[in-house]
Ligand binder design. Structure first.
Ligand SMILES: Nc1ncnc2c1ncn2[C@@H]1O[C@H](COP(=O)(O)OP(=O)(O)O)[C@@H](O)[C@H]1O
Ligand SMILES: [Mg+2]
Length: 329
């Protein structure tokens, strides 16, 4: 197995704040790898270091076998980066935006033309190639950015929150492109997201990151299996009483959440729900609602951190300001 990326004790501090705290892992060639975590977890900072836009405080990493500290140019040439809606020129056409990028990478004009054709075809923007970007929807812009990130045929593509702010249908559409790039073109993809579903549906493996630390890393299926069965949520006026009555051997995990909801993990929940209701009834504990679902990555995050990823939405604008600062440096 060859690694596309190897990360060793990578750390980044901003004064006293440890944005990325001693992370180590490998990403395999050809895999779609997800960094999943809430706003401020350190996802963008990690991508910025791997793409040589930001220097690590300590630790090291290689991308396509090249050291991010000693071989910045090599790393940059071998990667494509798509950060949140930053740098398309609104006044230029799709084609002109691509062409400008191709010139930056010094692609010969015939190669450039051919690749622009191919990539605009791939992201289904060929018939819009002569329209100015100002007239494009959010999803079209993101597809154009991905096409542009692939123009110099990178082995590794970095996508920072690729579907942030897009509607569900466009998001789905974009997932299909990303999966296709990986499957048909063998490109290694590392993406960040705070959408559990995105990480679950798209990624071969997911690292869950919180406060700069990797708190879990595995395939989505293994992460969800680790929860210990199905998830049952109970709302009651007296959550503490619910917890004490349900301290029984066949419930593998029971927790009171910050919002007063009680979350239970158990195998074959359907068969046990009636017993749960009976136990609560016989102890005079009122039930406002009860629901069962298969575990999601949200449940995994909750089980490790005691909070939900959704509590805070990612802030695209803050990220954008950060790139701009880094690019100027
Ligand atoms: N240039 C910077 N200066 C100071 N603090 C920063 C800077 N960039 C990021 N941070 C902080 O580092 C932490 C991680 O940020 P970031 O990597 O952008 O998180 P994420 O992408 O997961 O939302 C946050 O607390 C953020 O405020
Ligand atoms: Mg970010």
């Amino acid at each position: 197995m060859t690694f596309a990326i190897q990360i060793n004790h990578l750390t980044r501090k901003f004064n006293d704040l440890v944005a990325v705290n001693d992370i180590s892992f490998e990403i395999n060639e050809g895999e779609i790898f997800g960094l999943l975590g809430p706003n401020g977890a350190g996802k963008t900072t990690t991508l910025a270091m791997l793409s040589t836009m930001l220097k690590p405080t300590s630790g090291s990493a290689t991308v396509n076998g090249m050291d991010i500290k000693n071989n910045e140019d090599g790393v940059r040439k071998s990667i494509g980066i798509v950060f949140q809606d930053q740098s398309l020129d609104e006044e230029l056409t799709a084609w002109e935006n691509m062409d400008f990028h191709g010139r930056l990478y010094r692609l010969q004009s015939d190669v450039r033309r051919q690749r622009i054709e191919e990539l605009l075809e791939l992201v289904e923007l060929k018939d819009r190639k002569d329209d100015i970007v100002k007239t494009f929807s959010g999803g079209m812009r993101r597809r154009l950015e991905i096409a542009r990130g692939l123009l110099h045929h990178p082995a590794v593509l970095f996508l920072d929150e690729p579907t942030l702010g897009l509607d569900p249908q466009t998001r789905n559409h974009l997932w299909q492109y990303i999966a296709k790039l990986s499957k048909e073109h063998g490109i290694t993809i590392i993406l960040t997201t705070h959408y559990m579903e995105e990480a679950d549906r798209l990624c071969n493996r997911v690292a869950i990151i919180d406060h700069g630390k990797i708190i879990a890393l595995d395939t989505p299926a293994n992460l969800k299996d680790g929860i210990g069965g199905d998830v049952v949520n109970i709302r009651s006026p007296d959550p503490s009483a619910v917890v004490s009555v349900l301290e029984v051997p066949w419930i593998s995990r029971i927790e009171k959440q910050y919002d007063g909801q009680v979350t239970i993990s158990l195998q074959n929940a359907e068969q046990h729900v009636s017993t749960i209701v009976m136990l609560l009834n016989s102890n005079q504990i009122a039930i406002e609602s009860i629901s069962i679902h298969k575990p999601t990555l949200e449940d995994v995050f909750l089980s490790f951190t005691g909070k939900t990823i959704r509590e805070e939405e990612a802030d695209g604008k803050a990220n954008m300001r950060m790139y701009q600062k880094m690019m100027r440096r």
